[in-house]
Design a protein around this ligand. Structure first.
Ligand code: PSV
Ligand code: MN
Length: 376
């Protein structure tokens, strides 16, 4: 299949960031199975992200999580990352592990705990500047487990008060991403429960605050592509945490269970650029998955391939034909247009695209043949 200049240009602008935490030992509440490819420290995590980039050619960005990735010398960390042809895409603060955060962080009833959380967030803004990471990616485990445990409105105001100085400290051009999640670890309510709550908070924090959509953070049946379209329409779509869910925040490999859903999300993004001028690279795409029974590097590579294929299929959607079908009220014709794009085998097109850039035509095979034996 010949790659048109427009498609080739959009493929070239599409990158996926790799989360450092995805290479750490992972488990469920029941067990952690070690396969031997887990990284021991941040340098091992960077090395594995670099393997993913060598195989895929589209994953130069790295998402760091602090304090998990903390080192004595951020400058040295940045140099190590750059020396491997990578860059830092996102800095993720962590205000959910310290024992003081048992009842929350930025929404906590105790101002001293909120101050501790804000200090860490501000440290992360400095790290973001030093590492030149365009995104500060925020997720808070804040919430309650029982009715009456805390006052919703007070907690909402506390979230805003805590985040205002953080938003004010951002460098020009940098973006703060606000992630929502309806439950876990809090099970009665979370302070940033859904895209509406996240949007409400972003609207109070200024233009640099945008919503990040983690594909695993919706209740059953949620129409994610609708959320994506509306957030983009409001100018508040900041990024994605890519994974696949079946029940909840399962963090399975992206595109492994519901490739059609992923395609529909990318269709909205591609349409956003083609029809509304919102460039696809103005949004951050970052994997956020956890491999419990599969090897981590190939799991990342496969997720990147699934993501790139869903994106490539979305590039093939005939929006003119869809608009005509809508104007005619022809529901079946609209289905045919989407089917035509989704059922296209884009693997030859992507192989050609990769060949043109001098990157491996089949990333997973490349990894299996060239890189995996090197570690064994
Ligand atoms: C929370 O479930 C989450 O999706 C957030 O993005 C965290 O930063 C990440 O997982 C790792 O715990
Ligand atoms: Mn996430």
């Amino acid at each position: 299949m010949a790659v048109s200049p427009e498609i080739s240009d959009m493929l070239a602008r599409f990158t996926v960031a790799i989360p450092s935490w995805g290479f750490s030992p992972m488990g469920t509440r029941f067990a952690t199975f070690l396969l031997g490819d887990e990284a021991r420290d941040i340098y091992g995590r960077i090395d594995r992200a670099s393997e993913v980039h060598q195989a895929t050619g589209i994953t130069p960005g790295l998402a760091l999580h602090f304090p998990w990735d903390r080192t004595d010398d951020l400058g040295a960390l940045g140099r190590y990352i750059h020396a491997r042809g990578l860059r830092v895409e996102a800095v993720n603060p962590n205000t959910f592990q310290d024992p003081t955060y048992r009842l929350g962080s930025v929404a906590h009833h105790d101002p001293a705990v909120r101050r501790q959380a804000v200090e860490h967030l501000l440290w992360c803004v400095e790290a973001q500047k030093q590492l030149d990471a365009p995104y500060l990616s925020l997720w808070f485990a804040d919430g309650t487990n029982y009715p009456g445990q805390a006052d919703f409105r007070r907690r909402h105001e506390a979230v805003l008060d805590s985040l205002r100085p953080v938003a004010a400290a951002l460098a020009p051009g940098h973006t703060m991403l606000v992630e929502y999640k309806p439950f876990e670890p809090a099970f009665y309510h979370t302070d940033l429960a859904d895209w509406g709550t996240a949007l409400l908070v972003c609207q109070q924090l200024g233009a640099q605050a945008k919503v990040i959509v983690d594909l695993g953070h919706h209740l059953q049946g949620h129409n994610v592509e609708f959320t994506v379209a509306l957030l983009q329409h409001a100018g508040r779509l900041g990024g994605f945490h890519l994974n696949n869910r079946k029940y909840a925040d399962d963090d399975l490999m992206t595109g492994s269970l519901d490739p059609y859903g992923l395609f529909l999300i990318f269709r909205e993004l591609v349409k956003g650029e083609r029809l509304y001028g919102r460039r696809i690279e103005s949004v951050s795409y970052c994997l956020d998955q956890s491999a419990n029974v599969e090897a981590k590097v190939p799991a990342m590579i496969l997720s990147v391939m699934n993501t790139q294929e869903a994106f490539a299929k979305a590039l093939l959607v005939d929006e003119d034909a869809l608009a005509a079908a809508e104007a005619e009220g022809d529901v079946i014709a609209a289905q045919e247009v989407l089917r035509a794009a989704f059922l296209t085998d884009v693997r030859p097109m992507l192989a050609e695209f990769r060949r043109g850039r001098g990157t491996p035509e089949d990333p997973l095979r490349y990894h299996r043949e060239r890189m995996a034996p090197a570690r064994a």
